[in-house]
Design a protein around this ligand. Structure first.
Ligand SMILES: [Zn+2]
Length: 343
């Protein structure tokens, strides 16, 4: 066995650990709801559409997709670039946008196929964790701790925090344990999360407008969104000035993706519409009005993994080629960033 083969096997081993371990990167949820019912609107609601110079006011709705519009010109779902697009992976097919760096599925699955996938998953959410959310509670707790430290607070008491794409509620529970008043958005999991005692909503726009948030977490969600920039802008609109947003997404520049190509397990999941190399996610956040955007190198441990696998994780994270891109961003406060929000 040559060195490359051994490396590949080690990585696949780590992948299996992550999959079995309910890591961050296997959490799933979807935000197609409003798009399914109100096609002309954004996936998240009615607000603030098309103000971005990053997104034109008339983005393609999913479902009316490239498969059924073969002669329609291919367009980057993130920045609307039409020219500088090149094939990136085959089978499943992904393209890379040379303008913004996004790597996107082509075509997107139909709305009906995705809705069906998620609805079936939520019939038995605990048995369908690959789709409904598999964040390990220990990992969620570690993230909550890092977020507290980064905001210089002893606890989240008195803070209202939204977990956007709550899955089965692990992150929401970790935030609640640290004192936060937690709201959760999860299109197909409202009943389940309500049963766990959370204030759960199908869509962002369903949360009464008087509620704004000191912080928002969104773990492994943005890759599911057909129009991520619109979503990020709508999240920004619900933050108090100076509030923070923490986002994670699968890392297409990680070692797993590099070695596996189109058989990367994240690329094989039909709900994953686009991937963000770290600079692309930073750009998307900045163009959605956020500032102080930082990639976080917090070491995330997988407490039940064997020592050797934990060591590999540690090395991959240190080299920033692990399975997840984690970023923390701020909404500008009025005195320091008003110009950044002006359109
Ligand atoms: Zn692009």
């Amino acid at each position: 066995m040559d060195a490359k083969m051994r490396l590949r096997m080690a990585i696949q081993d780590v992948q299996r650990t992550e999959a079995a371990q309910p890591a961050l990167s296997s959490r799933r949820s979807v935000f197609f709801g409003p798009a399914l019912h109100r096609r002309s609107e954004s996936p998240l609601g009615r607000q603030d559409r098309g103000r971005s110079d990053f997104v034109t006011p008339t983005p393609r709705t999913i479902g009316r997709d490239m498969a059924s519009n073969a002669d329609e010109q291919k367009t980057c779902p993130l920045c609307r670039e039409k020219e500088r697009l090149q094939s990136f992976w085959r089978n499943p097919d992904f393209f890379r946008c040379d303008a913004c760096g996004a790597i996107f599925r082509d075509p997107f699955p139909s709305e009906e196929a995705l809705k069906d996938l998620y609805e079936r998953s939520w019939v038995a959410p605990e048995a369908s964790r690959a789709e409904t959310g598999a964040t390990d509670s220990g990992v969620a707790d570690a993230i909550a701790g890092y977020l507290l430290r980064s905001t210089d607070s002893p606890s989240f008491a008195g803070k209202r925090i939204l977990d956007f794409g709550g899955g089965l509620g692990a992150m929401a529970a970790a935030l609640r344990r640290r004192g936060a008043d937690v709201f959760v958005v999860e299109p197909f999991g409202v009943d389940y999360l309500t049963g766990r005692g959370f204030k759960a909503y199908r869509f962002l726009e369903d949360i009464p407008a008087e509620f704004t948030f000191d912080g928002i977490t969104s773990l492994e969600v943005v890759e599911h969104l057909p129009d991520p920039t619109a979503a990020l802008r709508q999240l920004s609109a619900r933050l108090t000035p100076g509030g923070w947003l923490f986002v994670t997404t699968p890392n297409p520049e990680g070692l797993n993706a590099a070695v596996s190509g189109s058989s990367w397990r994240e690329a094989e999941k039909p709900g994953h519409l686009l991937f963000f190399p770290a600079p692309t996610l930073k750009l998307a956040l900045e163009r959605s009005g956020f500032e102080q955007v930082e990639r976080k190198r917090w070491p995330i441990r997988f407490p039940n993994a064997p020592v050797i696998k934990r060591a590999i994780h540690f090395l991959l994270q240190a080299a920033m080629v692990d399975g997840s891109v984690r970023m923390l961003a701020r909404k500008p406060a009025p005195d320091q960033g008003a110009s950044a929000l002006a359109s």
